[in-house]
Ligand binder design. Structure first.
Ligand code: MN
Length: 448
């Protein structure tokens, strides 16, 4: 995935002429130093560009228009050095369509999060999602209004018949497959039988064909569905896992909202420790001594969250009625993580974040897929109750790299509802929060 250093955040200082030229010179010098220090700070992953100090409404308006038109600029950091009257900013900020933050005392950590989120927001505004096949039939939560999503969250979803992908897959050259098989051999654990199998060759062919298709169309995320695989010999497993590791967002069963979300979460976490994956609440462990959730999917979990070198394995898959698929199998390291779901409520989108603690996962020989075991906060009983009340989906974006602060900023930039289920979650208050939000969004979006 791309480096964030080619993106910019502009450092803008507000003041006014009242103080005389000497003071303004000092303001400019201070601002230049601050911008340079932020730019050098390795925690802030984008370029910080100093902009001349703002002293008039016209210069502010001009700067905001310039920011709107800049492809590199993901947002503004505004600092009111002396006294910059708010009235001067009205026209410019009304026109500005990029996120901005006002400098506060706990600066660097806060800016680091915010610029990562602004970069993901900028990425979402230019995101195309490829949908191979349609939705898993009868599932509501993976669907939604794609036009509303584009208006609110920026990305656009393009549907394709599976034949368009199959054509790309069938055109892959034997030499490219051979090269990719060698890469599998060096990156993963695998037996000789798996390495020499036609199944793995077919998995490599699917990966190369998919990547070619996505690259040619400049797609940043994609979905598949096991109910529409006509012409593909296996459900894409290994291919999806590896493409996610390269930075593509993914959603299974046609889940384009989660595909786009996973991509955005991956952009936020570029260069950070840990990883980000498509995830599903696979099964619940109701042992009163420690209730847990097992996260996994049929195949498609991203190896960026792997604890150790993954192994490539081939096992039967009864769902989908295709040949046995290849997949990467691994566990995830214990630590803090989040699960995020975006749902379409009809009149708005809601983002639900659950903070979780990943715990050690025992061996599960009967589950031959990558998996994660976690304890949802505050605990499974209350966490699941809150999740269900909020309408959270079974599919999520899962990350060990970023926390709820990132998603709260992200929901704010997109103007979508945000609810957090964490350590302090109290069900009675949470229920009220949902009710109050109902009224707030009804009014804030206009009554019609
Ligand atoms: Mn699923």
């Amino acid at each position: 995935m791309d480096n964030l250093k080619k993106l910019e955040v502009w450092f803008v200082t507000g003041t006014q002429h009242l103080y005389g030229p000497e003071t303004l010179k000092q303001v400019a010098a201070d601002s230049t130093n601050i911008a340079a220090a932020f730019d050098k700070n390795p925690k802030i992953p984008v370029k910080v560009v100093f902009k001349p100090i703002m002293t008039t409404p016209d210069s502010i308006t001009e700067l905001c228009t310039e920011a709107n038109n800049s492809k590199q600029c993901v947002g503004l950091i505004c600092w009111m050095h002396t006294f910059s009257p708010a009235k001067m900013w009205i026209k410019g900020l009304n026109l500005l369509n990029k996120p901005f933050l006002h400098l506060d005392p706990d600066v660097v950590a806060r800016i680091a999060v915010w610029v990562r989120v602004a970069s993901a927001y900028n990425d979402a505004l230019n995101m195309k999602v490829a949908r191979f096949g349609d939705n898993m039939r009868d599932v509501a939560v993976t669907e939604g209004n794609k036009v509303s999503a584009q208006i609110k969250m920026g990305y656009s979803v393009y549907g394709y018949g599976i034949g368009d992908l199959v054509k790309c897959v069938n055109e892959v050259s034997p030499s490219a497959i051979k090269k990719l098989l060698a890469e599998y051999g060096s990156e993963y654990k695998l037996t000789k039988a798996v390495a020499a199998s036609d199944t793995l060759k077919e998995a490599a062919r699917i990966e190369l064909g998919m990547e070619e298709f996505l690259d040619a169309g400049s797609f940043k995320a994609f979905t598949t569905t096991f109910e529409d695989l006509y012409g593909l010999k296996q459900l894409p497993g290994l291919a999806v896992q590896r493409l996610m590791a390269k930075g593509y967002g993914f959603g299974a069963e046609g889940d384009w909202k989660t595909a786009a979300l996973v991509r955005s979460m991956k952009v936020m976490s570029i260069g950070l420790k840990g990883g980000t994956s498509f995830m599903e609440d696979y099964t619940y462990h109701f042992d009163p001594k420690g209730m847990r959730v097992l996260g996994a999917h049929m195949l498609e979990v991203c190896p960026t969250i792997a604890l150790a070198k993954p192994s490539v394995e081939i096992h039967p898959l009864s769902i989908g009625g295709k040949e046995d698929p290849a997949r990467l199998v691994f566990k995830t390291a214990p630590g803090n993580a989040i699960n995020v779901s975006v749902i379409d409520l009809g009149n708005r989108f809601r983002m639900i974040v659950n903070e979780v603690e990943v715990v050690k996962c025992p061996d599960m020989p009967n589950l031959p897929v990558a998996s994660v075991l976690w304890k949802p906060l505050p605990d499974l009983k209350r966490g699941a109750a809150a999740w269900i009340m909020a309408g959270g989906a079974h599919h999520t974006g899962f990350s060990t790299s970023i926390n709820s602060e990132y998603l709260e900023d992200f929901a704010g930039m997109m103007g979508v509802e945000y609810v957090l289920i964490g350590e302090k979650c109290d069900l009675a208050s949470f229920k009220n929060e949902l009710k109050w939000n109902e009224v707030y969004y009804h009014i804030s979006e206009g009554i019609f």
